[in-house]
Design a protein around this ligand. Structure first.
Ligand SMILES: [Zn+2]
Length: 299
């Protein structure tokens, strides 16, 4: 009898999986609820453990050995890592960025610029708007992701297809980084408001809006159809107008109240003396604005 052999302990395998995979799930799929199948097979001799998105295969002969069973969790992590092109951990001051790139065709120059933008902008946003925001952020690229970029938890996901085609659009980091700083949680204010603030912050704190030809669109009569609910840049321009023409700091206070879950329709009246519809009507009558965009030297 071989004493080193152990009975296949599926409870232990499950526990190891739950301890390992969720931490990597954010990097492994843009929705973290991807289903994973784990198969234990005993047909192959040399094979031990493989992992690809959604599937893990383990050799039962291998895992039945005491030492392998004990090291299963570490092996699982290693196997998951193999799906990625690179993992870089960058620390500057008390901020950290882990960059997981899963596409070998992702332009490294763009990757570097995203990293630089993070260290330039994110600490400023955190210290200005919400010093409880994490200092430990994860950037992930995923070829399976069909959007442009999105933020959740401490993670920002980028589409490499989009970024390779729009290499100067590095202030995506500013917009998505602001989403991490916002951290309003569920049920605090409408989506148009969250997105309008993120683009308002991109306008104010972005490092190269000129380089990416990112501008706040001039007011047109068509904007009156959905007014401030147009969201993103149309709303951001309206917010900049409030900042310049009505009262500076209103939008920043709105951001605070959203975070405190004290925001409601009356907040606009409390802060500016006007309802948001009244503010919009004033804006629509006289939308002239002096706008200044950030830009950086490019070689
Ligand atoms: Zn957004």
């Amino acid at each position: 009898m071989n004493k080193t052999k152990v009975k296949l302990d599926t409870a232990q395998i499950n526990a190891s999986f739950m301890a390992t995979y969720p931490g990597f799930a954010a990097a492994d799929s843009y929705r973290t609820k991807r289903e994973v199948t784990m198969r234990v097979i005993d047909t192959a001799k040399k094979f031990t453990l493989t992992a690809k998105p959604g599937e893990i295969v383990v050799n039962s002969r291998w895992i039945k050995k005491q030492e392998n069973s004990k090291a299963f969790q570490a092996h699982l992590q290693t196997a998951l890592h193999k799906n990625w092109n690179s993992v870089d951990t960058i620390k500057r001051g008390d901020y950290q960025l882990v960059f997981i790139n899963k596409n070998s065709a992702f332009n490294p120059v763009i990757q570097k610029e995203l990293i630089e933008t993070y260290f330039k902008v994110f600490p400023v946003l955190v210290s200005t708007f919400n010093d409880k925001t994490t200092h430990d952020v994860l950037f992930v690229t995923d070829t399976a992701y069909k959007g442009v970029a999105e933020a959740s938890g401490n993670r920002i996901l980028f589409s490499t297809t989009y970024m390779n085609a729009h290499p100067t659009d590095i202030d995506i980091v500013t917009h998505e980084g602001m989403h991490l700083v916002q951290g309003y949680g569920y049920g605090s204010g409408p989506v148009w408001l969250t997105e309008g603030i993120a683009d308002f912050i991109r306008y104010k704190y972005g490092v190269d809006n000129i380089g990416s030809k990112w501008y706040l669109p001039e007011f047109t009569a068509k904007h009156n159809e959905r007014k401030y609910e147009n969201s993103y840049r149309i709303t951001a321009r309206f917010f900049e107008w409030i900042d310049q023409k009505v009262k500076p700091g209103v939008i920043i206070q709105i951001d605070k109240e959203l975070r405190n879950h004290t925001y409601n329709q009356d907040t606009w009246v409390k802060l500016s003396g006007k309802t948001i519809d009244e503010l919009w009507d004033m804006y629509a009558k006289n939308p002239e604005l002096d706008l200044k965009y950030s830009g950086k030297e490019r070689s």
